[in-house]
Design a protein around this ligand. Structure first.
Ligand code: FES
Ligand SMILES: [Fe+2]
Length: 394
């Protein structure tokens, strides 16, 4: 991040000035979403990284990428190099930097018994504790007694694992993780998430700000226009508008009968209650982690910020029981994967067009639908609160 402190202050003031026009308070049809600078200004992107992405629980990796003790994975969140590592007691996160002269410790994913810095071979345990400093007191005079020396353990970052999903909170200012995800977990009653397994992963690079991907994910208003075939599955008349609860955006629907991509061909969650057997639900954990759940699958969707005009989307697909890898279900899995791939390409087209539109002086945040778009106004409010005083949202 190259933005200076003064530039961040300036863009913050300008953003808050624009948000103070009442757009967050007016009735939705007279309101507006976020102004253009949120999607086009590099300083705003830097500000957002330093607030939104430091102060909240932010998705960092999939736990299955760290399957065995000693597995290490470097990641970058909010511009900060971090390393995730599986120790004896689960996955932890550290700032990915040696305490001595600041070399980045881990360059690529791998499995090791300890961290060893390549520069002067200081070593750290998987729990981040300094183990040994060769020649620290002079030639052949090693530091091997941590009780006697100035401590230099790796700096830990708050980290929580929920099923296959690892989150970090760099500033450690977010509410407890269980509280942050409570609006989701209370609605997942009846789904035995221990029955799911990771099956496949799709990646997409978008010429669009990450927020447009999330805003698109949660709203079904575009379905009849962008995914007409999906409209045959559940028509617009049967769709409810998105809602929200604290730091979570919500949407869902009931369908008449499963289709091959949703509940029709793969095993279902065991003992699924009747009221979940014909449902699909979607969630966004602010800021950028989302997923959908159906009787036979969980589909995680992450919009990773890259720069102000680019993001990367990851879709991870999970199936239930035998559905994960049994050969008998190979065609069914392929069908689901193709469905998400096709669907997402249809979305990318409009998401990139919305990004292009954010460079227009003729757009100032939009004219919103009172039925479908309250969630857009709410999302704008979450982002504003996160930037205004770096208030933690989750
Ligand atoms: S910089 Fe890591 S051991 Fe010196
Ligand atoms: Fe869509």
């Amino acid at each position: 991040m190259s933005s200076s402190g003064a530039a961040l202050q300036q863009v913050r003031s300008e953003f808050l000035r624009q948000m103070a026009d009442g757009r967050l308070e007016r009735p939705v049809e007279q309101a507006a979403g976020l102004p253009n600078l949120c999607y086009t200004d590099a300083d705003f992107f830097a500000l957002e990284q330093q607030t939104v992405f430091r102060d909240n629980w932010v998705f960092a990796a999939f736990a299955h990428e760290l399957a065995k003790v000693g597995d290490m994975l470097p990641v970058e969140i909010a511009g900060q190099p971090l390393v995730l590592v599986r120790g004896e007691n689960g996955i932890r996160a550290f700032h990915n930097v040696c305490r001595h002269r600041g070399a980045r410790l881990v360059e690529s994913a791998g499995r090791h018994r300890k961290f060893v810095c390549p520069n002067h071979s200081w070593s750290y345990g998987l729990d981040g504790r300094l183990l040994m400093r060769p020649h620290y007191h002079g030639g052949e005079r090693h530091d091997v007694n941590r009780a006697e020396c100035h401590p230099a353990d790796l700096r830990a970052v708050a980290c929580e694992t929920w099923h296959d999903w690892v989150f970090v909170n760099i500033s450690a200012s977010a509410k407890p993780f269980a509280d942050a995800i409570a609006p989701i977990t209370t609605r997942l009653d009846g789904y035995d998430l221990s029955a799911i397994g990771f099956a496949d992963r799709l990646e997409f690079d978008l010429r669009a700000n990450w927020k447009l991907a999330i805003e698109n994910f949660i709203e079904p208003y575009h379905v009849f226009s962008c995914h007409p075939w999906l409209n045959d599955f559940v028509g617009m008349g049967e769709r409810d508008p998105p809602t929200y609860d604290a730091n979570v955006l919500l949407c869902g629907y009931e369908f008449g009968a499963p289709d091959p991509a949703r509940g029709g061909q793969l095993p279902w969650f065991p003992d699924l209650p009747a009221n979940k057997q014909n449902r699909g639900d979607w969630f966004v954990l602010f800021p950028n982690f989302a997923f959908e759940i159906f009787p036979d699958q969980v589909d995680v969707f992450v919009a990773w910020p890259r720069d102000v005009g680019h993001c990367r989307e990851t879709i991870a697909l999970y199936f239930v029981g035998d559905g994960v890898d049994a050969p008998a279900y190979a065609d069914a899995r392929r069908h689901v994967v193709k469905n998400w791939n096709d669907l997402n390409h249809e979305d990318i087209g409009v998401i990139e067009r919305m990004q292009a539109g954010r460079y227009s002086e003729g757009f100032d945040g939009g004219v919103l639908s009172p039925y479908w778009d309250p969630v857009q106004q709410y999302f704008a409010g979450l982002l504003t609160a996160a930037i205004d005083g770096s208030i933690s949202q989750n």
